[in-house]
Design a protein. Sequence first.
Length: 166
Amino acid sequence: MEKKEILIKYDVFQSIEELSPEDKNLLIKAIGAAHNAYAPYSGFNVGAAILLEDGKIVTGNNQENAAYPSGLCAERVALFAASSQNPDAIMKTIAITAYSDDFDVDTPISPCGACRQVMSEYENKQKQAIRVILMGAKSKIHIVENISGLLPFMFHADELKQNHKN
């Protein structure tokens, strides 16, 4: 047996004021998107904003449904919208935040496993890292430089391909 270790590095900022103007603006867009979320069941409003290489920002928010599996997370709403509206654009950074009127969101939120896998698909597709900015409603901010910082054992399409011998 061999033991291995994965080290994940991320930057921690104490407030939005410490961010670069570009990151601050993106996080403000994510906060605005969270305020438009449709979350009547969980009361957990999530917003995401994606900065494209050309400077355009695409937002998304969680969309719940009484049949729970039928809803969609903010990250995937934003990712799918960015890809469908800008199929060849490079996604540079995604900012994700959440708030609730029912409880404090005082730690940086992190995407669910399905959203992490979708982010890894787009990162693999564009062959360029996607930075991730994470914030709660009243919290420090974490910035991860790529999706493998959130999903170290990500599944890639190459694993689906098989070599056929004739």
